[in-house]
Design a protein around this ligand. Structure first.
Ligand code: NAD
Ligand code: IPM
Ligand code: MN
Length: 351
């Protein structure tokens, strides 16, 4: 196909600001490559919740499900109780559309400032489980607000859910030059879930004899992300560990403004969803200060998912060139978007 339907959920805070720039770049690439993206914008997020009390109505979910892919900005707003939009909109989309592979690549582009003195060649991808773990809402609280309050959040891990994401991670590792997979968990303490993850990795490893397997406890993984991130190739981990590790991964590769992600349904039984790793950044929202690069790279992941690797590569190259040229005056969200869009269009000489 060369014609796609795209659901756009720009969301809250800087979500719409960065999504506008991602769409701008996507349009340039698409036009050049003869691809069409039929866009439908969905008004979901804080404004809708305040106006109607809705987060994601069933009918809207079903409409979104009918698209080829989803581009999301960010959700969450200080005026809405924490968790309402995050759970009711973002996580609901991930769960209902069975985005079990939350793909979060980290690459240190040349010229990018990193807090690490000796970063080495950072190029890894975190395959974060996206539909289970402590995110499922399996818990509750009693005697709330009293000194006797008890609150639980029970992590859910199924053999089915762990195996499918582990198998996906192995396949990705096998397709990469270094062919290395690191399971990150905490199986010395979280023995029930941890041992399921470890056993699953051991079992699936037999099918991928050319992939080297490593294991790290999550606490130690944070040490190596800060001291020797070049050791990582593919990391597979649970939903919560993956969330935390990927903000750290962003911080060492130029910051949260560059980190892209895909919520992928590898079976293609529903549309995959692409979004920056960052949130709605209420502290800078409405000021045109947000870096749209993560959203733009997420549109690149979307193109790659739809089978347009060459077009995705053009976005990556334009971003790399833009990053290499970054210096001095801070630019607005629009200026960064336009600079990358014109590099993609070839209007700006990259050399
Ligand atoms: P955040 O990622 O929104 O912000 C963390 C810090 O990074 C802030 O200082 C922010 O200004 C900065 N930042 C984020 N994106 C940036 C960008 N593109 N350019 C420059 N700076 C950027 O995380 P938070 O503050 O923990 O969360 C804010 C809200 O966003 C909360 O409601 C949270 O639940 C939500 N959230 C949503 C998503 C999502 O939609 N995928 C992800 C994370 C957080
Ligand atoms: C992310 C965010 C989300 C997550 C929240 C907002 C539900 O932090 O995409 O990394 O924890 O997955
Ligand atoms: Mn996060």
């Amino acid at each position: 196909t060369s014609s796609y339907s795209l659901a756009v959920v720009a969301g809250d805070g800087i979500g719409p600001e960065v999504t506008d720039q991602a769409l701008k770049v996507l349009d340039v690439v698409a036009q050049d490559a003869g691809l069409t993206f039929e866009r439908t914008a969905y008004d979901l997020g804080a404004r809708r919740w305040h106006a109607t009390g809705e987060t994601l109505p069933d009918s809207v979910l079903e409409e979104i499900r009918g698209h080829d892919a989803i581009l999301l900005g960010a959700v969450g707003d200080p005026s809405v109780p924490s968790g309402v939009l995050e759970r009711g909109l973002l996580l609901r989309l991930r769960f209902e559309l069975d985005h079990y592979v939350n793909l979060r690549p980290s690459k240190l582009f040349p010229g990018v400032p990193t807090p690490l003195a000796d970063p080495g060649d950072i190029d890894f991808v975190v395959v974060r489980e996206g539909t289970e773990g402590p995110y499922v809402g399996n818990g509750g609280a009693i005697r709330v607000g009293t000194p006797q309050e008890v609150a639980t959040e029970v992590s859910l891990n199924t053999a089915f859910g762990v195996e499918r994401v582990v198998r996906d991670a192995f396949a990705r590792a096998q397709a990469r030059p270094r062919r290395k997979l690191t399971l990150v968990h905490k199986n010395n303490v979280l023995v029930h879930a941890g041992h399921l993850w470890s056993r699953t990795v051991d079992a699936v490893a037999a099918e991928f004899p050319d992939v080297t397997v490593d294991y790290l406890h999550v606490d130690a993984a944070t040490i190596f992300l800060a001291t020797d991130p070049a050791r990582f190739d593919v990391i597979v981990t649970d939903n919560l560990f993956g969330d935390i590790l990927t903000d750290l991964a962003a911080a060492i590769t130029g910051g949260i403004g560059l980190a892209a992600s895909g919520n992928v349904n590898p079976d293609r039984t529903s549309p995959s969803m692409f979004e920056p790793v960052h949130g709605s950044a209420p502290d800078i929202a409405g000021q045109s200060k947000a870096d749209p690069t993560a959203a733009i790279l997420s549109a690149g992941l979307l193109l790659e998912h739809l089978g347009h690797a060459e077009q995705a590569q053009r976005i990556t190259e334009a971003v790399e060139a833009d990053i290499a040229a970054r210096a001095g005056q801070p630019r607005s969200t629009q200026e960064v978007g336009e600079a990358i869009a014109s590099r993609v269009a070839g209007a700006v000489s990259v050399a």
